[in-house]
Design a protein around this ligand. Structure first.
Ligand SMILES: Cc1ncc(COP(=O)(O)O)c(C=O)c1O
Length: 348
């Protein structure tokens, strides 16, 4: 007999990418930013006071909301602080879905969505992408109370135009959550859509572009009515005092942020070219990872061989993804080690 609810008992929980204990490995498996966060963030960390630790934090992180509103051209009322982007996804499933209220999304995509759906006992409508990862037209007609589009998509790294997403927001009857965890690496984003559509929620993360995956901070942008509804569902103090202070500092330092993003984009182009030269098929990426397809060798074998050499990339053992590896863009020296190893493995 189990103590758990049936759905939790049957649930295969989300499997985060492997976090090796050793530091002297090439870690390209969880899309962390290989560069350090802004020095201003570190400075602020050093100046955290005991009083900030003794007291409860501002429950809604107004300091951050003001800064994020300014950055995105909206008022602070359009922003909600979250304990990582994952917190917002969890809140959305709890707020909009149940046994009779499905969630719809194109697949393959972020593998956390179906896990959160199962926790909520919520049916899912998974609509396959075509080979080019275009927005599936069938997504419009699902009638789902919650539709999620990950843009740029993970694990493909592909990008759907803002106009197409705007049309989707216009046509569906439910909420459209646009997961922009990787938008810092794309040329455009959908933030402006919240002005025209009362059903759009934008998800942002500080884990990637701001090099703060360890901090756990993300945020939502939406019209105040949606933000206020989501606030009812969140933990009373879902973000802590240190993370509010550091996240605010990070988004204020746009000069550092932009330089950090440019370094990744330059390296992404080089990595893509190198992988293509090795005979791998790599679509243009709009994120901080590339999705490489091997025509001849199995991705599982390449993954294992890389692992033996202490190089970690991500392999998803799911139908349709068998021949593909998701590789985070690393520092040039890390990517060089990957390329050298791949040359050896593919030649064998
Ligand atoms: C597509 C996507 N959305 C959201 C997240 C959540 O990011 P975080 O909770 O680190 O902000 C991730 C993390 O890897 C992701 O890949």
């Amino acid at each position: 007999m189990s103590y758990f609810c049936d759905n939790i008992d049957k649930l295969k929980g989300y499997e985060p990418g492997f976090q090796p204990k050793q530091l002297d490995v090439v870690k390209l498996n969880t899309n962390e930013n290989p560069f350090e966060p802004s020095p201003k963030v570190i400075e602020r960390l050093r100046n955290i006071t005991t009083e900030q630790l003794r007291r409860y934090p501002d429950p809604i992180g107004n300091q951050f909301r003001e800064a994020a509103g300014e950055l995105n051209g909206v008022s602070a009322e359009h922003i909600m602080c979250c304990n990582g982007g994952d917190d917002l996804l969890n809140l959305a499933f709890r707020a909009f879905c149940d046994e009779n209220r499905p969630a719809a999304y194109p697949v393959p995509t972020y593998s956390l969505y179906p896990v959160l759906a199962k926790i909520q006992n919520c049916p899912v409508i998974e609509i396959p992408f075509d080979r080019e990862f275009n927005l599936p037209s069938k997504l419009v007609a699902t009638n789902a109370p919650l539709t999620i589009v990950c843009n740029p998509n993970a694990p493909s790294g592909t990008f759907i135009s803002v106009d197409e997403i705007a049309s989707l927001a216009d046509e569906i009857s439910g909420v459209l959550l646009i997961d922009e965890a990787y938008c810092d690496y794309a040329e455009k984003n959908c933030a402006a859509l919240v002005k025209d559509f009362d059903n759009v929620i934008i998800l942002r993360s500080l884990s990637k572009g701001y090099s703060l995956a360890g901090l756990r901070f993300g945020y939502a942008i939406a019209q105040p009515e949606l933000i206020n509804g989501l606030m009812k569902v969140k933990d009373s103090y879902n973000v802590d005092a240190i993370s509010i202070a550091l996240a605010t500092e990070a988004i204020k330092d746009q000069e550092y942020f932009k330089a950090n993003i440019e370094k990744i984009k330059t390296e992404r182009t080089r990595l893509t070219d190198e992988l293509r030269n090795l005979g791998l098929k790599v679509p243009n990426s709009f994120s901080n990872f590339v999705f490489a397809e091997s025509k001849d060798s199995s991705a599982a074998r390449i993954f294992e061989e890389l692992k033996k050499r202490n190089i970690f990339v991500r392999y998803f053992p799911y139908p349709g993804l068998e021949n593909k590896l998701r590789i985070s863009v690393g520092k040039p020296e890390q990517d060089d080690k990957l390329i050298d190893a791949l040359k050896e493995i593919l030649a064998a």
